[in-house]
Design a protein around this ligand. Structure first.
Ligand code: UDP
Length: 343
């Protein structure tokens, strides 16, 4: 059934890819974004790719009046909530910003949903909630133990959502804990274009490959992992986007809060990811090993079984496709969405 979906943070990396999938599957999409780490160019590209317009509201979720006006203007069936700050390292430096944006934004959104009778939500959570654990792979019943403010905000939001569902039994909420989304739409038209110096490893690497940055800092090679660098479960952003589209279809299966991992079930170290990306680029990526980044953990790999058992859904794109697609976007848009010559 086509739905009208409000996508917060719809101009961002995962948000923009999710908008494409939703529009392709016949849903109406409304985007709200404050462009703090994204640009209107992403929304233009989404419209071009999907061949359909989507209403865009530039607003901060903590602006209650602006949010109220958006809910008043549209008949919203469901919300997908991406809008948040998302970098582990940055969250160690500016934790209060993270508390305010991520927790404050979620509370404001819940209040607006409540005021306007919107009862269905897909929440963007994170594997980082599991924290430092030697367990591989991680399933949704493993204890949360955030090691940094970013992860803590995601965990607190999950807890708030659980409490809200207990009080308002008509709510259906799905929290998707994604592992490490990378890659880009295979068209090369949308991808990851953070404002400023990238915090995440793949966009950093991609900017090194196009010559915008000199070399990749590898944060620690003394972890208890096979090559000493951090291991993560990288997942193609189009798989993540597709997971959201499927989650929307399953919101009505059950009321209350449900939690699902979105990951592939296999991990790659920073050096392995770099080797795969270098082979997509056709040239080595200059790097230097630095100290561990505060807040980081050695390894995070998903047990992806719950979502497959529940919805018959699994990822379909491998690390080579993630790297090839990320490079395709970066090569076509060396300076991101800002006007730039094609190389
Ligand atoms: N990383 C790195 N250099 C960078 C950014 C990240 O070596 O410039 C490492 C980081 O220590 C972790 C992995 O890459 O092991 C993934 O980090 P990212 O910030 O992309 O995602 P996170 O897992 O922190 O959410």
């Amino acid at each position: 059934m086509p739905q009208t979906v409000l996508v917060t943070g719809g101009a961002g990396f995962i948000g923009s890819h999710t908008c494409v999938e939703l529009l392709k599957h016949g849903h109406e999409v409304i985007v709200v974004d404050n462009f703090s780490n994204s640009s209107p160019g992403a929304v233009e590209a989404v419209q071009k790719l999907a061949g359909r317009p989507l209403p865009l509201h530039e607003a901060d979720l903590r602006d209650r009046a602006a949010l109220d006006a958006i809910f008043a203007e549209h008949e919203i069936d469901a919300v997908i909530h991406f809008a948040a700050k998302k970098a582990v390292g940055e969250s160690m430096k500016i934790p209060l910003e993270y508390f305010d944006t991520n927790i404050g934004g979620t509370i404001a959104l819940l209040r607006a949903m409540n005021d306007h009778g919107v009862r269905r939500l897909v929440f963007s959570s994170s594997c980082s909630v599991y924290g430092e654990t030697p367990k591989v792979p991680l399933n949704e019943d493993d204890p949360a133990a955030p090691t940094n403010p970013y992860a803590r905000t995601k965990h607190i939001c999950e807890q708030l959502l659980g409490d809200a569902c207990a009080r308002y039994p008509e709510l259906s909420v799905i929290a998707l804990r994604y592992f490490n989304p990378i890659g880009a739409h295979p068209s090369g038209e949308i991808g990851e274009d953070p404002n400023g110096v990238p915090n995440n490893v793949l966009p950093y690497m991609a900017q090194v490959a196009v010559g915008r940055l000199a070399e990749l800092p590898v944060f620690g090679d003394d972890y208890p992992t096979p090559d000493g660098t951090g291991v993560r479960d990288y997942i193609h952003v189009v798989d993540v986007a597709d997971g959201h589209r499927v989650a929307l279809d399953h919101l009505d299966d059950e009321r209350g809060l449900r939690v699902f991992n979105l990951g592939t079930g296999s991990g790659a170290s920073v050096l392995e990811l770099m080797a795969e990306f270098a082979s997509a680029v056709g040239a080595p990526i200059p790097y230097r090993v630095e100290a561990r980044r505060p807040g980081d953990v050695p390894a995070l790999i998903a047990d992806a079984g719950r979502v497959e058992r529940a919805w018959g859904w699994r990822t379909t794109r491998d690390l080579a496709a993630m790297c090839a697609d990320a490079w395709h976007f970066q090569r076509l848009h060396p300076t991101g969405y800002s006007a730039s010559p094609t190389v």
